[in-house]
Design a protein around this ligand. Structure first.
Ligand SMILES: [Zn+2]
Length: 209
């Protein structure tokens, strides 16, 4: 090897890998209580999570990392259990009981009229991984801020949207990353969720030394 070797970057836990794709054959099926709903051709009980059809992916971390894409299963697990997006371990600070959270302009939206709270699609980051994670931000061309939060609560999903075509075929509307609230069942019937959004509350700036 010639020249300076690049500093090896650990591939964060949430990042998708090239060989984790799964076939996505979708259709609209009639539900027992009426109405059409997006479903897989060969539905499994595990497809529906929180009333949402979740995109199927593998969870093997095989193949080249796809730095701009998150693995749906691991992102979801991080959000539901407050796991660190870099190392995959519990992100909660055992001393304070608070959860460290890096927010970026692209993945965070403040809630109007509710101070110190917001919606985010990026999972927490444990204290030990924060320096490494902040080091990645310039490479990903995102600006960031660091907080601790008191709690997080699943609130919405980012989804690809579909409409029924001939014979119940699912036709992609062309809409990606549409924010659909978990309290919007009518919209969720046409949504394939790729990421879970949580509401984070009682955000306090964290000084990173
Ligand atoms: Zn970590």
């Amino acid at each position: 090897m010639t020249g300076a070797a690049p500093r090896a970057l650990r591939v964060p836990y949430v990042i998708a890998h090239a060989d984790e794709g799964a076939p996505q054959r979708l259709r609209f099926a009639r539900r027992p209580f009426g109405g059409l709903r997006l479903a897989y051709d060969n539905p499994r009980r595990s497809d529906l999570v929180r009333g949402v059809l979740r995109a199927r992916v593998l969870n093997n971390r095989q193949g080249a990392p796809q730095w701009r894409k998150l693995n749906t299963l691991r992102q979801w697990r991080c959000m539901e259990r407050n796991l660190c997006q870099v190392c995959g371990l519990d992100a909660t600070d055992p001393i304070t009981g608070r959860i460290p959270w890096i927010t970026t302009a692209t993945a965070f939206r403040a809630i109007p009229d509710v101070s110190n709270s917001g919606y985010t699609s990026a999972p927490a980051t444990c204290l030990a991984c924060i320096p490494e994670s902040l080091g990645m931000c310039p490479q990903l061309h995102v600006s960031s801020a660091v907080y601790t939060v008191a709690r997080s609560e699943p609130a919405a999903v980012l989804a690809d949207m579909f409409s029924p075509g001939p014979g119940g075929r699912a036709v992609h509307t062309g809409e990606h990353n549409v924010l659909v609230g978990l309290n919007e069942p009518a919209l969720l019937r046409s949504a394939l969720a790729t990421q879970l959004i949580v509401r984070i509350e009682d955000m306090r700036p964290l000084k990173v030394t």
